[in-house]
Design a protein around this ligand. Structure first.
Ligand SMILES: [Zn+2]
Length: 312
C-alpha cells in the first residue's frame, strides 16, 4: 500500500508504505486500510495541516459511483463498501477508485500525458490494464470494468490467459508472459546465476528465479537469439493491442507504465515502428513512458479525492 499526504496542487508532503498482506483475507486488509488512513490524517493534523478529503484506490472491479470494491482476485474483495466505511471512520469526504484508472488520471493530469487532452495509460506488469482519460477524467465503464486492455483477443490460438480464454494480450505481452515464454524456449526456467546443476528444464522451483522481462529485453538488445525472438513477438503483440486501442479511442498520447515500460528505447523504438505499420487512416499517437513511477496510483487517489469535493 502506497500512501501519501498530497497538497491540492499535487505536491506530496509525506509518503509511507505498508504491506497489504492479502493472505490475511479481505476483512483484515480493509481494517489495515482504515487504520493507515486514520494514522495519515492524524499525522497531517500533527504537522499543522488540515486533511480535507480521502482517496482510496484498489485493484479489480470497482464501482466508483457506489463506492464499492466489487471484486478483486488479488485481495479477495467481494462487494466491500469501502468508501462508506472510510468516510464513517475518518469523518472525511471519501472517493473510491480503481488503481490503474487512478494512475492514468495522474499521468494524464500531472505526468507524461499532461496538456494532451486524450490519453490512454497502459500499465504493463504481471497483467495489462489501461485507463482512457479525456479532459482529466477516466472512463469507468457501466460496470466498473472499463480499460481491460489485457483481455482483448490478439492470438486466437495463443497461450491461455488468467481469465480462462486463449490468446489475450496479457497472456502474450505482460511482463510475466515475457518471462514465461523465454523460460519455455530456453528450457531453463532458472536465473543465469542459479542455473540448475543438472541442466534440466524443470519448472522454476523454490529458490529459482525466472529471467525477468527486463533481463529478456537487455539480452535481446545484446543480440541473444532467443531473447530477440521473444522480444520481437512481445512488441508485435503489444503493437496489435495498441492499434486496436487507437482504433477505439483515437488518443493523442499513449503513456506506457509498469515494469516493462522501463525497457526504454529497446521497447519504444520497435513498438513505435510496429504500431505505425498497423495504422491505416488513424493518426499515430505519441507513445511515451510514464514519469510518475509507482506513485501514480497514489497521486491519482488524491486527485479523485479532490475532484469529488468539486462535484456535489
Ligand atoms: Zn484474458
Amino acid at each position: 500500500m502506497k500512501c501519501a499526504l498530497v497538497d491540492p496542487d499535487g505536491v506530496v508532503r509525506h509518503a509511507e508504505r505498508h504491506p497489504t498482506d492479502a493472505g490475511r483475507g479481505p476483512d483484515a486488509v480493509v481494517e489495515t486500510i482504515l487504520t493507515v488512513a486514520e494514522g495519515l490524517a492524524g499525522k497531517a493534523r500533527a504537522d499543522g495541516l488540515t486533511p480535507i478529503a480521502l482517496g482510496i484506490v484498489v485493484p479489480g472491479v470497482v464501482d466508483e459511483a457506489r463506492g464499492v470494491a466489487v471484486w478483486s482476485a488479488n485481495v479477495g474483495f467481494r462487494d466491500v463498501p469501502l468508501r462508506d466505511l472510510a468516510s464513517t471512520r475518518l469523518g472525511l469526504p471519501t472517493a473510491l477508485g480503481h488503481d490503474v484508472r487512478a494512475g492514468g488520471l495522474a499521468e494524464a493530469r500531472l505526468g507524461a500525458g499532461r496538456n494532451t487532452g486524450h490519453v490512454l495509460f497502459v500499465a504493463i506488469g504481471t497483467g495489462i490494464a489501461a485507463a482512457h482519460v479525456v479532459a482529466g477524467s477516466a472512463a469507468t465503464g457501466a460496470h466498473g470494468a472499463a480499460g481491460e486492455l489485457g483481455h482483448i483477443l490478439i492470438r486466437p490460438d495463443g497461450p491461455v490467459c488468467g481469465c480462462g480464454r486463449l490468446g489475450c494480450l496479457e497472456a502474450l505481452a505482460s511482463a510475466s508472459a515475457v518471462a514465461r515464454r523465454y523460460a519455455e524456449l530456453t528450457g531453463t526456467a532458472t536465473d543465469i546465476g542459479s542455473a540448475s546443476d543438472d541442466g534440466s528444464a524443470a519448472e522454476p522451483g523454490p529458490g529459482r528465479t525466472m529471467v525477468t522481462a527486463a533481463e529478456v529485453a537487455s539480452r535481446a538488445a545484446a543480440g541473444e537469439e532467443v531473447a530477440t525472438r521473444v522480444w520481437r513477438e512481445t512488441v508485435e503483440a503489444l503493437a496489435d493491442g495498441l492499434a486496436t486501442a487507437q482504433a477505439l479511442f483515437d488518443v493523442a498520447t499513449i503513456v506506457l507504465g509498469g515494469g516493462l515500460a522501463q525497457a526504454g528505447a529497446g521497447l519504444f523504438d520497435p513498438l513505435r515502428a510496429a504500431l505505425r505499420d498497423r495504422l491505416t487512416f488513424h493518426r499515430e499517437p505519441h507513445l511515451v513512458p510514464a514519469v510518475l513511477g509507482d506513485e501514480a496510483g497514489c497521486l491519482g487517489a488524491a486527485l479523485l479525492a479532490l475532484d469529488q469535493l468539486e462535484t456535489p
